[in-house]
Ligand binder design. Sequence first.
Ligand SMILES: C[S@@+](CC[C@H](N)C(=O)[O-])C[C@H]1O[C@@H](n2cnc3c(N)ncnc32)[C@H](O)[C@@H]1O
Length: 297
Amino acid sequence: MQSVVSYPDRGPWGNNRYRGNCSGYLIKDLIEQFHIKNMSDYMVGGGTTEDVCRDMRIPGTFLDLNRGFDMMNMDIPDRPESIFWHSPYDRAVVYSGNMYDADEVDRKYGIDCRANDLSRCRDWDEFVKKMNYCMLKQFTALQPGGYMFSLVGDIKKNGQLYSMISDIVKPGKTINILIKLQHHCTSDSFTYSNNNFIPIVHEYVLISKKEKGFIIPISMTVRRTMDMRDSLNTTWRDTVHAVLEQYGRSMTLNEIYEELGPHKKAKANPHWKEKIRQTLRDGRYFKRVSEGTYQAA
Ligand SMILES: C[S@@+](CC[C@H](N)C(=O)[O-])C[C@H]1O[C@@H](n2cnc3c(N)ncnc32)[C@H](O)[C@@H]1O
């Protein structure tokens, strides 16, 4: 195995009509590479992992919402040596009620499968919360020394990238992040009118290992904003420019002082007013409109 993998053929395993299914060759290669003796998949979808494991005589537990197992509400039923996890990619493919009859599953198992289906989240934030809950629930169920293989992808919506690999919580020791080339995607047949658009043709396999004990290192993405007016690391040129851009018009010196004066950058410099005046005199970036009034050049 190398860090880039490509399986144009998905092999004979699982239901090839189950949308978003993955190639069984990936699972086979992971089992061989890591000498896996036991593997479970609790979002087994169309059964790819189950079929590969049966052929390779690897025991495991194979569940899914479509089989009445709701990971958001139910416990992982065992302590597996390894887990293959292929979550929905937000709403890229909606499963309950689409890939299987949700009412029938609800009746049969007494659950409400649409409510906790990871492919039916309201927005990206809810999806990330649920995805990370599922990650930690599965990872903590692993035996010490166990491996978690998480197949994740990126989604592009309204010109913005929503990246599972950057937003997924990464518990334990990260062993590798593989790039898996994608084949036979629905989007392959699209033509894109926006020529800045770069189609996504890969996914990732995050490979994590669990050590023993109750202290688990985790790394996760936290979203914050920075206020340039409070930053000691940005230049006066960029900060004053940003104030003028924010208002989108020329401003008087007093207006600029009022905007910056109460903030950390100005408070850290006893000569902040002189600094602003000196900055505004740089004709490459600023233009004097009239006495004491400036705009971005
Ligand atoms: C990408 S598919 C898995 C495809 C599978 N690897 C295959 O090859 O067929 C994701 C699966 O997650 C399941 N799922 C979504 N939310 C779930 C939940 N809360 N509990 C258990 N399974 C869930 C969906 O029913 C779907 O089958």
